[in-house]
Design a protein around this ligand. Structure first.
Ligand code: GLC
Length: 443
């Protein structure tokens, strides 16, 4: 690291630039003009070092969007008239549970909320921390209870996701292979057959700011909008969605993050002496055991699972490392995962962690979640490595992550071979998590 002060300064400028009215931070001004759920959690984790009150506000702004059934939506839309099309694509008002004062999406995202709440808490004095925890616990508990009640219908300890956007790793291979096998609607197959897909590229909004070979494949993005439309038609009512949908996955990344969040939720409740219901505590325990069902002894990796057939979706992605972050796996399993990080054919190229193993047939160093390195994944894996005692690995990954930002700026994602910046620039979570990692290097 040449000049950590200059790097922190640059990252803070990105967050300031993406701040909206002191209330929330957009992920990136060009491509992402609204508030996103897990983005704001990562952003708050960085902001707490700059202005802890502002970090709290980031979280309270997220809670504006919570539905009355406990669901936390992945997007809260900017209410400017300019964005009417985005709001109208989701029409959250179709659901009786949606909030009155903001328009949101109808699906959720990885539950990083408890982590953000605890990290903010770490910056506060004991009395303030208790106040902070008291103010957010009911919403947080309602969110976790909704996840169990709504998304674990068979009471198995694993929660399911209904759209790749819920996982936040939008075009990760396991989901995309599943999509191609089961879900491509007739009208999209027609576009492919007649070579009309190219025309759609002209209308892609993301193409205006990012080269298309760094983004989603057009067929896949059309399919995702199609699924979204079908969810909207059912007014985001899970009972109706589960009956008809073929696209239900218990995602390994999502469930790992949820297990970590459960631990944080328990910590918050204990700190203010509020007992969580036994029913919730039992389900939390069950989840930790259920994660074993996603382990494949043949390849020594974790995978996501098809909710219906219970088959593992054996496409490797960096999500296989996130049980380190979950914290509930054995030391032996953790060691198996560390071997994958050390292997340069898997997750150990020059600028780790690639979102897909470099030897996978799906690996593409430039395409979104199919190869590039993302700062939020590195941050979670670093945290997990430390908790399992792999301090040298954690420090090496921290240094390489910061080197990437120093070399290529606060890009949305990075080429894991060359370290070149990819996606949109001035991306908020890259900036926020760089700030947080810089603080770790000082300790
Ligand atoms: C993309 C990412 C998702 C993120 C969103 C806003 O859709 O895949 O994880 O939350 O952009 O940054």
């Amino acid at each position: 690291m040449q000049d950590s002060h200059a790097l922190a300064e640059k990252a803070a400028q990105v967050l300031a630039m993406n701040d909206r009215d002191g209330l929330y931070t957009v992920p990136g001004a060009n491509l992402y003009p609204h508030q996103w759920l897990w983005d704001s959690c990562f952003i708050a984790i960085g902001l707490r070092h700059i202005d802890v009150e502002r970090a709290k506000t980031e979280i309270m702004s997220l809670l504006r969007g919570q539905w009355s059934n406990g669901m936390m939506p992945n997007i809260i839309f900017n209410d400017d008239k300019h964005y009417a099309t985005d709001r109208n694509a989701w029409r959250s008002w179709l659901s009786p549970y949606s909030p009155d004062h903001v328009v949101t999406s109808g699906i959720t995202q990885p539950p990083m909320l408890a982590e953000a709440v605890v990290r903010i808490g770490e910056q506060l004095h004991a009395t303030e921390r208790r106040e902070w925890y008291k103010s957010v616990l009911p919403a947080l508990q309602a969110y976790h209870e909704w996840l169990y009640n709504d998304r674990d219908p068979h009471d198995e300890g694993l929660v399911l996701q209904i759209h790749p956007w819920e996982v936040g790793m939008d075009n990760t291979p396991a989901w995309m292979s599943y999509l191609h096998e089961h879900q491509l609607p007739g009208w999209i197959r027609f576009l492919v057959k007649t070579h009309l897909v190219g025309i759609v590229n002209f209308f892609r909004r993301d193409a205006k700011s990012v080269p298309l070979d760094e983004r989603f494949d057009t067929v896949e993005i059309l399919a995702l909008f199609d699924i979204q439309r079908r969810l909207r038609r059912k007014a985001y009512d899970s009972s109706k969605i589960f009956n008809r949908s073929l696209f239900l996955i218990e995602d390994i990344a999502y469930n790992s993050i949820f297990i970590r969040a459960n631990t944080q939720l328990k910590q918050i409740a204990e700190a203010i002496n509020v007992p969580l219901p036994d029913s919730l505590l039992d389900r939390m325990k069950q989840s930790e055991e259920a994660l074993n069902k996603l382990w494949d002894p043949e390849t020594s990796q974790y995978y996501s699972r098809d909710f219906i057939s219970h088959k593992l979706l054996k496409e490797t992605s960096v999500a296989t490392l996130l049980p380190l972050y979950a914290g509930c796996i054995t030391q032996e399993r953790a060691e198996e995962l560390v071997k994958l990080i050390e292997n340069d054919q898997m997750y150990g190229p020059a600028y780790p962690l690639p979102s897909v193993a470099t030897s996978s047939r799906h690996f593409n160093p430039m395409r979104y979640w199919q190869g590039p390195t993302w700062m939020n994944i590195n941050w979670m894996v670093i945290d997990g490595l430390r908790r399992y005692g792999f301090n040298d690995h954690a420090s090496a990954l921290t240094d390489l992550s910061l080197e990437l930002v120093e070399k290529s700026g606060c890009a949305e994602y990075f080429d894991p071979i060359t370290g070149e910046p990819l996606g949109t620039d001035n991306f908020s979570w890259t900036a926020a998590l760089a700030i947080d990692l810089l603080h770790h290097t000082k300790k």
